[in-house]
Design a protein around this ligand. Structure first.
Ligand code: CMC
Length: 382
């Protein structure tokens, strides 16, 4: 499936083709290393918070205490959404997927904040604050409204992670649940040029507004080969049902060349470091809040997949254990991918800002495989 074209080889899926220079994150897929701005993900997961990590990604420095407080306060102040956005969301079908609701609402923000000043640092900062602040509120509002409830207003006493869990349930979350949820956001915040980030960069390169950039990335994240895999993992565990069924299920998938959700990665050929951290977080949650039988299934699944596909470099990716954590936190399965989006907004915005600094519109080429000088056949003769 490769062909030589001018000076380079055609690679389906652009595998291994550099599409940009970036200082935001780094992945070593052979050693299982992930760094944000040079800092190892394990260190950020243990010591940072999601908002501090977002600041680091976007502004390329760890904030001082004052800078972080100001950033967190700005975000807290902008969490509410306009009643017109809520009214628009009320018209969405309650059976619709929350990722579609999110994509539509993120794009709608562009209607309300239409001034565009891409060369103004204040504008950039305001767009960053608005998107990070409002996306969790929009997801929670859609969830409440599809259940027939009024949206729950953000609670100013709660931090970013606690407030999102609160808006889903109207209960203040257990501190461990909030802490672990915040770490999950940090783990999902950025991951070099993956499909949704590339989508964000292509959209950004046209110099459109940041709400369009994020809406386009949300649409890309929704697919089952990308962010949608976390939801599919839980559906798969549900289908497997018991530990005894794991082996026959995997053998059938392998025989039919069917992809096993939550496994495999374009870059990692070892276990994704984020999967290792998430597995530890899941275990902490089970210890505090009770065991989940799905974890036994997941462990067996990892063992059997490694046995059968480890030689091809197929190991758990970030989506494999995140679903188990979210399930234990009582989050509905179809909100798993929107939660991925809450986190990845940080990475998308970092790439948006980086792209603006060196912008040249993305316009790749193609290898034409069609015919030339084809005759136009009149409709009556076709
Ligand atoms: N289960 C079984 N076999 C697999 C899997 C899997 N999950 N992933 C890759 N393979 C096999 C594939 O069949 C192929 O085998 P062969 O060479 O014999 O034909 C080989 O590995 C290479 O696969 P590929 O599809 O060419 O690899 P890719 O780099 O294009 O795809 C991927 C990467 C993530 C799309 C793929 O591994 C996959 O579909 N995984 C399942 C979906 C998933 O978990 N996605 C989440 C990805 S991580 C987070 C994110 O990006 O959002």
């Amino acid at each position: 499936m490769t062909a030589t074209y001018l000076y380079c080889e055609y690679k389906p899926g652009l595998e291994g083709i550099p599409a940009a220079k970036s200082g935001i994150s780094y992945v070593d897929g052979k050693q299982g290393i992930l760094e944000y701005r040079g800092i190892r993900i394990e260190e950020l997961a243990a010591k940072s918070s999601f908002l501090e990590t977002a600041y680091l990604l976007i502004w390329d420095k760890l904030p001082t205490k004052e800078e972080l407080t100001e950033f967190e306060t700005d975000i807290l102040y902008h969490r509410r959404i306009k009643y017109r956005i809520r009214d628009m969301m009320k018209c969405f079908p309650e059976t619709g997927h929350p990722m579609d609701a999110l994509q539509t609402s993120a794009a709608a923000l562009g209607l309300f904040y239409s001034r565009r000043a891409l060369d103004n640092p204040d504008y950039i900062r305001q767009a960053v604050v608005r998107l990070l602040a409002k996306i969790p509120t929009m997801i929670a509002a859609f969830h409440q409204m599809r259940e027939g409830n009024d949206p729950i207003q953000p609670n100013d006493e709660l931090d970013y992670a606690s407030n999102f869990l609160y808006m889903l349930t109207e209960r203040k979350p257990h501190p461990l649940a909030a802490k672990i949820f915040d770490v999950c956001l940090t783990l999902h915040a950025e991951h070099t040029i993956n499909a949704s980030t590339f989508s964000a960069m292509v959209t950004a390169s046209t110099l459109t507004d940041p709400y369009a950039v994020v809406a386009s990335a949300v649409g890309t994240l929704a697919g089952p080969l990308h962010g949608g895999a976390n939801e599919e993992v839980l559906l798969m565990l549900e289908e497997i049902g018991s530990v005894e069924n794991v082996r026959p299920f995997i053998e059938k998938c392998v025989a039919n060349k069917q992809k096993i959700m939550g496994f495999g990665h374009r870059v990692y050929k070892v276990k994704d470091p984020r999967a290792t951290i998430l597995q530890n977080l899941a275990e902490q949650l089970f210890e505090e809040m009770g065991h989940d039988d799905y974890y036994d299934l997941a462990l067996e699944l990892e063992k059997v997949v490694e046995e059968q596909l480890g030689s091809k470099g197929i190991y758990p990716n970030v989506d494999f254990y995140s679903g188990l954590v979210y399930r234990k936190l009582g989050i509905p399965t179809d909100l798993f991918t929107p939660i991925f989006a809450i986190a990845r907004v940080a990475g998308w915005l970092a790439h948006w800002k980086e792209q603006l600094g060196v912008n040249r519109i993305f316009r790749p080429t193609q290898i034409y495989t069609g015919v030339h000088n084809a005759p136009y056949i009149p409709i009556a003769e076709r």
